[in-house]
Write a protein that binds this ligand. Structure first.
Ligand SMILES: Cc1cc2nc3c(=O)[nH]c(=O)nc-3n(C[C@H](O)[C@H](O)[C@H](O)COP(=O)(O)OP(=O)(O)OC[C@H]3O[C@@H](n4cnc5c(N)ncnc54)[C@H](O)[C@@H]3O)c2cc1C
Length: 417
């Protein structure tokens, strides 16, 4: 077992694997400490098991995709860009492909290929990997001298890089330990909140449609305090017992800042491809076909079964009314509801269910060029432990890789001048 090394990297996720591999490749004796038996557990579930490893876009789009802290990343993104990340994985033998929205995935659609490549990279450089949960920073005469695991083992080193991730999906090992380590070093940890997270709605109609998954619908979010639309998109969503989830809803949640109960209204357009007039004409055709039925039993050609009672109730047309007795205004009201089905957001689901954690180690106390602590020499941070989070599209992994690269470069410059 190695007890004294140049660098200890705490956490073997996206940022930790990259940092450890780069440090080792540069000739630094490196120890990677991971609490799980397996490396990269969260990486394996990214992109629904396909791993959206980066976004093949330019700097402006990258910065815009990080709602808080985008400017902080300018230097790190410039030195290790999405195109660099792509070249890195291709060189490690993982062919990539770019999909809609410039999202980059392994051609194999297997996140495991990304993890295996990073594991190979770490091992090629001769990095040691230990299983253990780092619990404390170790101090020698007031300076940072190493780390200690919760079972009392200690290692000494010249630099520590905290790559412990956020607090989301804790079963992957990311339980927020890095925040406690940062606080031991005197760092401020800004308020933590979930981002890219399902939404709890006030209206119980969502529960009525639970289990219903919709494709090709449009969603718009309005901030009722600022009276402006903060998000709109077209895609997939899902109704649940508490409210809404699915890719489009997760993306929308990152635009709901600050969150407070009742502030945001979500409007779903169930038929975005049809104008009001086209939808009305379509409903009229169905009504002609089912003119002897009641309303409850005449919308099945147009809408999924579980949403029909919701639409009827929200449009205030009695469901037992015979089709041939429905007025033009009532038909209009049905069409309006189909194109503008609204729910008020009560809040987010818990941070544990979020794709990323918003908040973290304060950026004011970390150098944007080196990721080194401004408070403690030899202490570095990379990845989601920092107060950084981005929209969906591969940006969060890009943050992990770029900050890892900045830290590894800086450590090499300090330790191998
Ligand atoms: C379901 C899901 C899907 C996602 N999909 C995508 C996607 O497709 N594209 C994208 O860009 N982003 C995606 N993300 C976000 C992305 O996975 C994270 O932002 C990224 O993994 C953060 O990297 P990290 O290295 O900072 O932390 P993590 O990857 O969380 O790694 C932290 C590691 O540190 C270890 N650790 C924690 N505490 C300790 C300790 N005390 N001692 C030792 N080890 C410790 C953990 O076990 C873990 O292995 C997804 C997230 C989730 C949950």
């Amino acid at each position: 077992m190695v007890n004294r090394v140049d660098v200890i990297v705490v956490g073997g996720g996206a940022s930790g694997l990259m940092t450890a591999g780069l440090c080792a490749q540069q000739g630094l004796s490196t120890l990677l400490m991971e609490r799980n038996e397996r490396l990269g557990k969260k990486l394996l579930i990214t992109g629904k098991g396909r791993c959206n490893v980066t976004n093949n876009c330019e700097m402006e789009r990258l910065i815009e995709s990080v709602p808080s802290g985008g400017r902080f990343l300018f230097s790190a993104f410039s030195r290790f860009s999405p195109q660099d990340v792509m070249a890195f994985f291709e060189e490690l033998g993982v062919p990539l492909k770019t999909e809609r929205g410039a999202r980059v995935f392994p051609q194999s659609d297997k996140a495991g290929d990304i993890v295996s490549a990073l594991e190979r990279f770490v091992k090629q450089g001769g990095c040691c990997v230990e299983t253990g949960r780092v619990h404390n920073l170790v101090w020698e005469d007031g300076t940072l001298g190493g780390v200690q695991t919760e079972d009392g083992r200690t290692w000494s080193c010249r630099a520590v890089v905290v790559c412990t991730g956020g607090k989301s999906y804790p079963r992957t090992g990311s339980t927020g330990d890095g925040y406690a380590l940062a606080k031991q070093a005197g760092h401020t940890v800004t308020a933590l909140s979930p981002s890219l997270v399902p939404l709890v709605t006030k209206d119980d109609w969502c529960a009525g449609a639970q289990g219903l998954s919709l494709k090709n619908v449009a969603l718009a979010v309005t901030d009722t305090v600022q009276k402006k639309q903060v998000y709109s998109d077209f895609g997939e969503m899902l109704f649940t017992h508490y409210g809404m989830s699915g890719p489009m809803v997760l993306s929308a949640s990152a635009h709901m800042r600050p969150m407070s109960a009742g502030r945001y209204e979500v409007a779903v357009d169930l038929k975005p491809a049809l104008s009001m007039e086209q939808l009305d004409a379509r409903v009229q055709r169905d009504f002609l076909k089912y003119q002897n039925r009641d309303l409850n039993n005449s919308l099945g050609d147009l809408l999924p079964r579980s949403i029909i009672p919701v639409i009827i109730e929200k449009s205030c047309v009695p469901g037992h009314r015979k089709i041939n007795q429905i007025t033009r205004e009532e038909r209009r009201s049905l069409c309006c509801t189909i194109k503008h089905l609204t729910a008020t957001v009560q809040g987010f689901r818990p941070i544990e269910e979020a794709i990323v954690t918003s908040g973290g180690v304060s950026l004011k106390e970390v150098s944007p060029k080196t990721m080194e602590s401004k408070l403690v020499k030899g202490l570095y941070f990379a990845g989601e432990v920092l107060d950084l989070d981005a929209y969906t599209g591969g940006f969060n992994l890009q943050i992990a890789f770029s900050t890892a690269y900045a830290a590894a470069q800086a450590i090499r410059e300090v330790l191998l001048p």
